[in-house]
Write a protein that binds this ligand. Structure first.
Ligand code: 6GU
Length: 228
C-alpha cells in the first residue's frame, strides 16, 4: 500500500513514522508513506496557499490551486482521496478494515480556519475522527494511518486482531499477566484453570458486560441479532 499525505507541516510526522510498528511496516515494505508539502505546488510567487474568505470574516482559507495540482500529480485510477475535516463522516474500525485493502490513499490535511469548499470535489471520502476540533488534519491523519497500517496483512500477528475492541461490536476482554496476585488483587481463577472452553466463555461474557456498561451505543450496531 502507498499512502501520500498532503500537509503544510511534514515535520510533524517524522518522529512518529520512524518509530515502532509503523517504522517496521515501512522497513518491511508493507507500506510506503510519503508526506508532501502542497506549498511546493503553489503557483503564487510567494508560495501562498491561503487567502481571505469571500464574504468577509476572520481567518484565512486554503486555496484550491496548490491542493488540486498536488492531488492531480499523485492520483491514478487506483487512488482513493480522503479529505480530513471535522464535518466529515466519523471514522470507525470498520472503515479502517476497508481502507487497509486499498492500494493507494491520498490524504489531505486541512488547516487554518478552513479550506475552499471546492476542494471537497477532489475527495472520495471526507473523514473526521470525532466530535471535537483540532488545529489541523495532521493529528487525524496520524490516527487514521496508524489504525490502517496495523491491519495490513503481516504487519502485526493476525491473531492479535481476533479479539480486539470493536470487532463484532464488542470491547476487548480484560487481560492479566504475572504475578498472580498484586497488592491483594487476584487474577480470576478461570484464567489459570487450563480449561480453554471456560476461558473463552469467560472472556466473551466479560466483553459483553463491559460493552453494555461502557458503550451501550455499540449494542445497537450488532448485525447478527446477538442480544447484549
Ligand atoms: Cl479530520 N480535522 C480537524 N481539524 N479537526 C477534527 C478532525 C479533523 N476530526 C475531528 N476533529
Amino acid at each position: 500500500m502507498k499512502i501520500d499525505i498532503l500537509t503544510l507541516f511534514p515535520e510533524m510526522f517524522e518522529n512518529i513514522f520512524s518509530s515502532s510498528i509503523i517504522k517496521r511496516a515501512q522497513e518491511e515494505q508493507k507500506v510506503v508513506i510519503n508526506t508532501i508539502n502542497f506549498r511546493d505546488y503553489s503557483k503564487d510567487p510567494h508560495h501562498k496557499v491561503d487567502d481571505t474568505p469571500y464574504g468577509g470574516g476572520d481567518g484565512m482559507v486554503l486555496t484550491c490551486q496548490p491542493i488540486f495540482d498536488c492531488v492531480e500529480a499523485l492520483k491514478t485510477e487506483k487512488s482513493k482521496v480522503i479529505l480530513l475535516t471535522p464535518d466529515g463522516t466519523k471514522y470507525e474500525q470498520k472503515l479502517a478494515y476497508n481502507l487497509s485493502e486499498e492500494e493507494h490513499l491520498i490524504i489531505i490535511c486541512g488547516h487554518y480556519e478552513g479550506f475552499d469548499e471546492r476542494i471537497r470535489t477532489l475527495a472520495d471520502l471526507e473523514l473526521s475522527i470525532g466530535d471535537y476540533v483540532l488545529t489541523g488534519g495532521e493529528y487525524a491523519s496520524l490516527v487514521i494511518v496508524d489504525s490502517i497500517v496495523r491491519l495490513i496483512p503481516g504487519v502485526i500477528k493476525e491473531s492479535s486482531h481476533q479479539n480486539e475492541s470493536f470487532n463484532e461490536n464488542l470491547l476487548d476482554y480484560p487481560n492479566y499477566t504475572k504475578p498472580r496476585e498484586f497488592r491483594g488483587m487476584e487474577v480470576p481463577e478461570v484464567l489459570v484453570s487450563g480449561d480453554h472452553k471456560k476461558i473463552a466463555e469467560y472472556r466473551k461474557n466479560e466483553s459483553i458486560k463491559k460493552t453494555q456498561l461502557r458503550r451501550p451505543d455499540m449494542t445497537l450496531k450488532r448485525s447478527d441479532g446477538y442480544e447484549l
